[in-house]
Design a protein around this ligand. Structure first.
Ligand code: FES
Length: 107
């Protein structure tokens, strides 16, 4: 395994290309995005009202919060516009043997 702290989550094929899945990883709500064979993981939380990001519209690499429209870069968690106050924590995600792994970033 590439990282002994990596958590095995779902099969890549269980996430449609361009789609997302929300789940709990190490007791933490996470949303995983798929773009082809690439995957990205963010905390499933928008700090505007501490609401989940899962289900928001995604265009290319930009996620729009489903509640009030803040935008985030799914690759980094960077907040691109209000009303969110700041970035959403991002986590390393990778595919190995057809499965998606996430390394929780606790910093
Ligand atoms: S909860 Fe995300 S913009 Fe309001």
């Amino acid at each position: 395994m590439a990282n002994e702290n990596a958590h095995k989550t779902v099969a890549l094929e269980d996430i449609g290309d361009g789609g997302m899945v929300d789940l709990i990883v190490a007791d933490r709500p996470i949303v995983i995005f798929r773009r082809g064979d690439e995957v990205y993981a963010l905390d499933d939380n928008c700090d505007h009202t501490d609401s989940p990001l899962a289900g928001g519209a995604v265009c290319e690499y930009i996620l729009t919060c489903p509640w009030h429209g803040a935008e985030f870069d799914i690759r980094t968690g960077k907040n691109l516009c209000p009303p969110a106050f700041g970035p959403t924590p991002s986590h390393e995600a990778f595919v190995k043997d057809g499965n998606v792994y996430v390394v929780i970033n606790d910093t």
